[in-house]
Ligand binder design. Structure first.
Ligand code: ADP
Ligand code: TRP
Length: 356
């Protein structure tokens, strides 16, 4: 064993990898579900954190070349502005470390086509883009598994929607270990409080592919206020019901005076909890069951609370935008560090599979 190998096995238990596709500006769902977890793990000096822009994953659905070129930089800017620190984390673009795609091909030899076709994430995307059911899309979870396992990362900060992909990465790790005597960890999701940020439209999750569902990290107070103003509400009065689900989590339901469930109000109060705290949400719930909530006031206060959290991020972003050479140097240095670890894993796998 040479020195780097010793380094790899010593650190592998404590490595973290995450990424976000380069499809546009980050929104509050990305921030609360993924970036906040990345930031938390970055604080721990015993953990090596690697954060990339999943630019290769971006080509698994229809895209424009010029937009991809720009968006992958925008995500790096959002990362750095939100507080990812190149002194503490390895920050890079997935496409700058070709070992990811090499490993993903080796991994594809242990997964069946049927298993990939049955994933809910695959089915959803095929429904969304019926003319683009490509091999790249089918391979999406396998490339994601390679992203994680090429660093032998055991922990992955992502939103709850990514759980089916992590399941695939655990299966691949088990199979590779069994078949080839390798030592891949079975990656677990690192969950945050905002693991599922609802859409502003009431139904479903906040997503950049659903217009009107999101608030971007770069939105100013006026835009945030405008986006919140179209979020659906009700008469402001009704009953609050709390039940425990099978996982022991409390599920709250709001039923207005007409007897219909107010999904929009539930989403709004979840935002209140995320940005203004549990006590504030409880205050509104008391009002809902007594004198009534004035949604105009609620939305105004909520917009101010969201903007207060985003303002420093936006200020930092403006500084970074003025210094493209610095951003380039961060990515170059990050990719160089990532390649060293990734190459070592790829060599191990090639040898174990009879290709070395
Ligand atoms: P989108 O659905 O907007 O295209 P992505 O699929 O690019 O977002 O997700 C990037 C990261 O952000 C992933 O870790 C994902 O789990 C997380 N994420 C996206 N939307 C949400 C959300 N509404 N709530 C929590 N996490 C989210
Ligand atoms: N699938 C993730 C998403 O949609 C992006 C991603 C690609 C990723 N590779 C990853 C996330 C590896 C965590 C780890 O957001």
């Amino acid at each position: 064993m040479n020195n780097t190998q010793t380094e790899n096995s010593k650190q592998s238990k404590n490595r973290v990898l995450s990424g976000i596709r380069a499809t546009g500006r980050l929104h509050l769902g990305n921030y609360l579900g993924a970036v906040k977890g990345m930031l938390e793990l970055q604080k721990d000096p015993n953990i090596q954190t690697l954060y990339m822009v999943a630019d290769i994953h971006t080509i698994t659905t229809p895209y424009k070349v010029e937009e991809l070129r720009d968006n992958r930089r925008q995500v790096v800017l959002d990362y750095l502005a939100a507080g990812l620190d190149p002194e503490k984390s390895v920050i890079f673009l997935q496409s700058m470390v070709p070992q990811h795609t090499e490993l993903s091909f080796y991994f594809s030899s242990v997964m069946s086509i049927a298993r990939m076709q049955h994933l809910p994430t695959f089915k959803d995307k095929v429904k969304q883009y019926p003319d683009y059911a490509t091999m790249a899309l089918l391979n999406y979870p396998i490339l994601m598994s390679a992203d994680i396992l090429v660093y032998k990362a055991g922990l992955v900060p992502v939103g709850i929607d990514q759980e089916p992909h992590l399941e695939v990465s655990r299966e691949i790790a088990r199979k590779m270990n069994e078949l080839y005597g390798l030592d891949f960890p079975e990656p677990q999701r690192f969950a945050t409080k905002g693991e599922y940020v609802p859409s502003l439209k009431g139904e479903g999750k906040m997503s950049k592919s659903v217009e009107g569902s999101f608030i971007n990290l770069t939105d100013d107070l006026g835009t945030i206020t405008k986006r919140l103003s179209s979020a659906p509400t009700d008469s402001g009065k009704g009953t609050v019901t709390r039940v425990q689900n099978e996982k022991g989590k409390t599920v709250t339901t709001y039923t207005d005076q007409a007897g219909s469930e107010s999904i929009g109000v539930k989403s709004l109060l979840e935002f209140v909890e995320l940005f203004q705290g549990t006590a504030k949400r409880a205050e509104y719930e008391t009002l809902y069951e007594s004198t009534g909530i004035r949604y105009g006031d609620l939305k105004k206060e909520l917009a101010a609370a969201i903007f207060a959290e985003l303002k420093p991020i936006q200020e930092k972003r403006a500084q970074l935008e003025a210094d493209p050479a610095y951003v380039d140097s961060v990515i170059e240095a990050g990719a160089a560090r990532a390649r060293v670890i990734a190459q070592e894993t790829v060599e191990q796998v090639r040898t174990a599979m009879g290709l070395g």
